[in-house]
Design a protein around this ligand. Sequence first.
Ligand SMILES: N[C@@H](CCC(=O)N[C@@H](CS)C(=O)NCC(=O)O)C(=O)O
Length: 212
Amino acid sequence: MSQLKLYGFELSGHSHRVSLFLSLLSLKFEFIQLDLSNGEHKKPEFINKNIFGQVPVLEDQGRYVADSNAILVYLASTYDPEHKWLPQDPFLMAEIQRFLSVAAGPVAYGPARARIKNVFNAPVNIADAQNISQTVLTTLDKHLINKSWLVGDCPSIADIANYSYIAHAPEGGIDLNLYPNVLRWLSQIEQLTGFVAMPKTPVGLYQPQTLV
Ligand SMILES: N[C@@H](CCC(=O)N[C@@H](CS)C(=O)NCC(=O)O)C(=O)O
């Protein structure tokens, strides 16, 4: 197997979901940190890897795969011969795709956006992002009543795609204690062998004065 390279940024939840999955699959990889604040991701060398100029991008055997969810699909299809993380049953595959869309939709526009306002002072409407968060977390909390995982009876890439930004929602001022089934689900992911966390930033509900 050739050396896998992950082009990313350590405080990017999109990058984290890929490094988390690589670790859960026990795959060795080189993490190449891009200097987003200096626009390294918009330079021609990186645009050649991803025309959208965004992290993460995975390099495998000289080929590039861009987009975090596409990378999860690629890794599961290539490096999980038992198809545990992306079962081949059409119904389960469709269900997993449905939750990849949740990760790219309301989770990206809700918890992820509220967080980047506080972590990077990005020009986003935090109230809108918090409203979207409340709706998606309420729905997921109901979905997870009596369920361990988002799809079926086993962890899948649907769980990994949604984990990082939901786990870090408190950085966007979102109180996860309102969603006990979501908290239980997060903790189950954190107990998987190979789990690695994304660093927390002291903003939102993680501000030191909030924690006292
Ligand atoms: N749909 C993409 C979104 C990736 C994304 O938004 N990446 C952010 C970092 S978390 C980025 O590169 N932002 C810089 C930019 O958009 O210019 C994915 O899932 O990989």
